[in-house]
Design a binder for this molecule. Structure first.
Ligand code: NAD
Length: 322
């Protein structure tokens, strides 16, 4: 049986990944500073601890039998939507880099065979609507739009440096915006699909929902099951020293995202532009590299929202009843 350490297994993508690894027959240890919020962890073993701390990284990497896991999936990070990224840059640059430096260094030192790092399309520069598609090499010359992207780019390079020095196989995915059930939906760290789902659930039929900016920013959203499948395809691949974008080809404006959510909710909703951190104007990335592994997304945005909105609406209803 193969063994995995999932760092960030108390979070959104990490908890889904732990569940899928279990489904595929792995023995899984989760590690996080918190347990999953919405359902019990699927991991066989769960280590609660601050992964900025080197000793906790060593504990997480030491399995009950004494050896290291076959694979490490490093998803622990200071993470949130555009509002959080803009107000917490120092926290992100400090805390996430400590987690990555300690985990990657200790994993290489312990002979871990394969190491996955969750990067982001925030490593790319801002784009304009209509700009030609960027492939992974387009991250250089580097000009990420925010410090979250700079931290990811630095940590990508750090992981590859350890791969060169130790022979550990490193796989890096640059995620587009991920959404799905059991993602953060309130509290300030939620991303656009969850935030807009919450606002639509709270709004009356015919009501207004606030959007940051004019809603023309172009984005791509990937359903969590597709993303997890992409991570596992990438981890099995021979893509050495080749980061891979994981997203769909379905690009929509924020207004179109809101319209999709309203349609799924069966409500007439009016977008109300307000000031807020909009982020980059546009996105357009190649997925040829991840598709070369045999991966393809299975969910359209509407399919994914049809699985996500009811979950967010149920959280809103439960919170209102408390
Ligand atoms: P999340 O916030 O739900 O999960 C991250 C987890 O890391 C949390 O459970 C948090 O408690 C944990 N963590 C943070 N600091 C820690 C520390 N010091 N010690 C131990 N645990 C700590 O976020 P997510 O959406 O599941 O994202 C997972 C990864 O994917 C992150 O690295 C994120 O940057 C990356 N990513 C996510 C998206 C997205 O759209 N969700 C997009 C691009 C990249």
């Amino acid at each position: 049986m193969k063994t995995a350490l999932v760092c960030g297994a108390g979070g959104f993508i990490g908890s889904h990944l732990a569940r899928e690894l279990k489904h595929r027959g792995w023995w899984v240890r989760g590690a996080d500073r918190k347990r999953p919020e919405f359902s019990p962890t699927a991991a066989d073993d769960f280590l609660l601890g601050d992964l900025r701390d080197r000793e906790n990284c060593v504990r997480a990497l030491t399995l009950p039998g004494g050896g290291a896991p076959d694979a490490v999936f490093q998803l622990a990070a200071e993470m949130g939507g555009m509002g959080f990224i803009h107000r917490a840059a120092a926290e992100i640059m400090h805390d996430s880099v400590l987690i990555n430096a300690n985990m990657c260094h200790e994993a290489a030192a312990r002979g871990v065979g394969r190491y996955f790092f969750s990067s982001s399309v925030c490593v790319y520069h801002d784009m304009r609507p209509g700009d030609p598609q960027l492939d992974e090499d387009g991250a250089y010359p580097a000009a990420p739009d925010n410090d979250y992207g700079w931290e990811k780019l630095y940590s990508e390079r750090m992981a590859f440096a350890h791969a060169r020095a130790s022979g550990m196989k490193v796989r890096i995915a640059r995620f587009q915006n991920c959404y799905g059930p059991e993602g953060t939906w309130r509290g300030g760290r939620e991303k656009a699909p969850a935030a807009l789902s919450r606002k639509v659930a709270e709004a009356p039929d015919g009501g207004e929902v606030e959007i940051w900016g004019d809603g023309s920013a172009i984005r791509n959203f990937i359903y969590v099951d597709d993303l997890v499948d992409g991570i596992l395809h990438l981890m099995d691949s021979d893509l050495d020293f080749k980061p891979a974008n994981i997203g769909t080809e379905e690009y929509v404006t924020v207004r179109e995202l809101l319209a999709t959510i309203a349609d799924v909710a069966g409500k007439r909703i009016v977008a109300k532009p307000v000031d807020g951190p909009v982020g980059v104007a546009s996105r357009n990335f190649s997925t040829a590299r991840i598709r070369s592994t045999g991966w393809a997304p299975r969910f359209t945005l509407r399919d994914g929202i049809a699985r996500t909105y009811p979950w967010v609406a149920a959280q809103v209803a439960a919170a209102a009843a408390r």
